[in-house]
Design a protein around this ligand. Structure first.
Ligand code: COA
Length: 335
């Protein structure tokens, strides 16, 4: 029998974010591809996104962790583990986590990158929480960071309007108050979705060559319609499943914190959960789809705006390439 008396939960005890200054609004896209502001807003909910002009994903992640440190009592030397969720690592190797570790002076930490596309933060949160729950580590930083502009084809109107650059980080620490922190996660992968959303070139399947570049294989490819269909069902199903599993009704939930890929997918998920739009965290209008960064970016912005309080029941939900998807029940732990 598990001994619940000694149970430790992983709680978020600090947050941080970094978004580059450069804004790309929908008017800008009207000037480079055949699109218009009305189409983009009505089909996606996106008005603006950010672009990092100089630097890499590690710079975004470093900025987010520095912001987290500035707004907490954490010192870099105290960090035990750094997990960087990303699909746009600075390089194949070394891991982006190593570059971030060196940038922030986290001299006593280890860490690694985690690749799970738009579900990256949810998967990394579950992973980081397990390190805390096991008692092995006391301070785990989970950062979702993506420089999507590095893999976007700015001549492809189907994808270029969707993505932006950002990073956001959370600190996980142990608590013996098991009413707060990460309570449950349902996470899934299904590789039969691998042909709907991918970047074909540059990996061991198609090493970079003149041919891969000529064929634009170093860019994102997405079958938008196909992904939309499974994302709507997948994100809604798993969100309802995690609610039921944890005996939560829509009244119990303070916020749905959805991955920000498309406002219509988010609305459909909220509807299935019986949640009104005032209980849905949204910032897709300002940042677009920042892949691993969207969920912590929402948490950071809503917390800093005073909209989150200790004890709030949150459902975090994501769907992404792979396919990867899942939902978590998190009880907010900061005043
Ligand atoms: N501006 C104007 N028209 C555009 C356009 C743009 N930026 N992008 C596509 N279109 C056109 C298409 O070419 C198509 O034209 P056609 O009918 O002449 O072929 C038409 O709009 C409709 O395309 P469709 O793909 O049906 O649009 P949609 O309503 O499905 O919206 C997405 C496209 C990409 C916004 C939507 O499919 C989506 O969000 N998909 C899922 C994204 C996601 O969740 N990804 C997973 C996580 S990353």
């Amino acid at each position: 029998m598990p001994n619940n008396e000694n149970k430790i939960n992983a709680a978020i005890t600090a947050v941080g974010m970094y978004v580059p200054d450069k804004v790309l609004d929908n008017k800008y896209f009207e000037s480079i591809v055949d699109t218009n502001h009305e189409w983009i807003v009505s089909r996606t909910g996106i008005r603006e996104r950010r672009k990092l002009e100089n630097g890499a994903t590690s710079d975004l992640a470093t900025g987010a962790i520095i912001d987290l440190i500035k707004n907490s009592n954490l010192t870099p030397e105290e960090i035990d583990v750094i997990i960087v969720a990303t699909v746009t690592p600075d390089m194949f190797f070394p891991p982006t986590a190593c570059i971030v570790q060196n940038n922030i002076g986290a001299s006593n930490s280890w860490g690694f990158d985690l690749s799970a596309a738009c579900s990256g933060f949810l998967f990394a949160l579950r992973t980081g929480a397990s390190f805390i729950e096991s008692g092995a580590y006391k301070k785990v930083v989970v950062v979702g960071a993506d420089k999507m502009s590095s893999i976007v084809d700015y001549t492809d109107r189907n994808t270029c309007i969707l993505f932006g650059d950002a990073a956001s980080a959370v600190l996980l620490e142990p608590t013996t108050d098991t009413s707060i922190g990460l309570k449950d996660s349902i996470l899934n992968i299904d590789g039969s979705g691998k042909d709907s959303l991918y970047m074909l070139g540059g990996g061991s399947l198609n090493p970079a060559s003149h041919e891969t570049v000529d064929n634009k294989m170093h860019y994102i490819y997405q079958d938008g319609k196909a992904v939309f269909k499974v994302a709507v069902k997948g994100m809604a199903d798993v969100s309802v499943e995690v609610m039921k599993k944890n005996n939560l009704t829509s009244e119990d939930i303070a916020y749905l914190v959805p991955h920000q890929a498309n406002l219509r997918i988010i609305d459909a998920t909220a509807k299935r959960m019986g949640i009104t739009s005032d209980k849905v965290m949204i910032n897709i209008d300002k940042y677009g789809n920042t892949t691993a960064a969207t969920i912590p970016l929402c948490l950071t912005e809503y917390y800093r705006a005073g909209k989150l309080k200790k004890g709030d029941n949150l459902i975090l939900a994501a769907f992404g390439a792979g396919f990867t998807w899942g939902a978590s029940h998190l009880v907010w732990s900061m005043d």
